[in-house]
Design a protein around this ligand. Structure first.
Ligand SMILES: CCCCC/C=C\C/C=C\C/C=C\C/C=C\CCCC(=O)SCCNC(=O)CCNC(=O)[C@H](O)C(C)(C)COP(=O)(O)OP(=O)(O)OC[C@H]1O[C@@H](n2cnc3c(N)ncnc32)[C@H](O)[C@@H]1OP(=O)(O)O
Length: 216
């Protein structure tokens, strides 16, 4: 394992692989979040569950590190704790099966109950975040690592919870450091939301290789 500094002075850790144990904890925490939202347990059970969760938190905090940014070679510059695709971040939906084929970036996501906005539908902000992330991947894989300065999302139909969704993104044009890109999210082949973004290539961001990636 090696470390390197990032712009805020913290270290970015390079880890050989996605740590199996951390991913397991993240998966279980996703389960806990889902159970918390759906539970109808009596007060005594809720109190007991809260104590158990507190014990687990204390166990995890026994050894902590400053940085949350940990990258593996398998997924290039994206942290395993990334908010959208990080397999070790229980808040990430996560976006999986990212691939780059013939200039097109794709990925899969299933929104859990925790992502609910309107009843039975994914929250529009989370849909936008997934689109933003896919756009970032597309730009990084096609041009260079970049940051979003503008994103517009059109919501065309319900984006459902608990259903496999497909995200696709591509670069449309490049003007100096400005990269124009588009993405859409689909359920059962039908587009539910479309995004257009302007991203600015920023020197010093980690670059990632244009290859299909595996996070396991
Ligand atoms: C988690 C993301 C991490 C970011 C990437 C990390 C690693 C990369 C590796 C792989 C990437 C793979 C996946 C990506 C993952 C996630 C994607 C999500 C992306 C994000 O979640 S990212 C967070 C939100 N994002 C910000 O936090 C940006 C805040 N911002 C700034 O930090 C500055 O803005 C900066 C540094 C970007 C540029 O600043 P600067 O000083 O270097 O450049 P300057 O201002 O000169 O603009 C240059 C040209 O852009 C034009 N321009 C500017 N703004 C415009 C706008 N709104 N509309 C139209 N044109 C605009 C100007 O008009 C000029 O154009 P011209 O050259 O023609 O005059």
């Amino acid at each position: 394992m090696s470390v390197s500094p990032q712009s805020d002075g913290r270290e970015i850790r390079l880890v050989p692989n996605v740590p199996v144990g951390t991913k397991l904890v993240a998966d279980r925490v996703r389960d806990v979040i889902d159970a918390c939202i759906h539970t109808d347990s009596p007060a005594a059970d809720l109190e007991a569950a809260a104590q158990l969760i507190e014990q687990a938190t204390q166990l995890l905090r026994k050894r902590s590190r400053d940085t949350s940014l940990q990258v593996t070679r398998s997924n290039g510059g994206i942290s395993i704790n990334n908010a959208i695709e990080g397999p070790c971040n229980p808040v990430a939906p996560p976006l999986t099966d990212l691939a780059y084929v013939d200039g097109e970036t794709s990925g899969c996501v299933t929104f859990p109950t925790a992502a609910e906005g309107p009843p039975g539908r994914a929250h529009g902000g989370l849909v936008a975040a997934v689109l933003d992330h896919a756009l970032g991947r597309a730009v990084a894989w096609t041009v260079a690592a970049a940051m979003t300065v503008s994103i517009t999302v059109d919501y065309r139909a319900a984006t459902p919870l608990h259903q496999p969704l497909c995200v696709t993104a591509r670069v449309v044009s490049v003007d100096g450091r400005k990269v124009f890109a588009e993405a859409e999210i689909r359920y059962d082949g039908q587009i539910t939301a479309v995004a257009k973004a302007i991203m600015i290539v920023v020197a010093g961001l980690p670059s990632i290789a244009p290859t299909a990636v595996s996070l396991d």
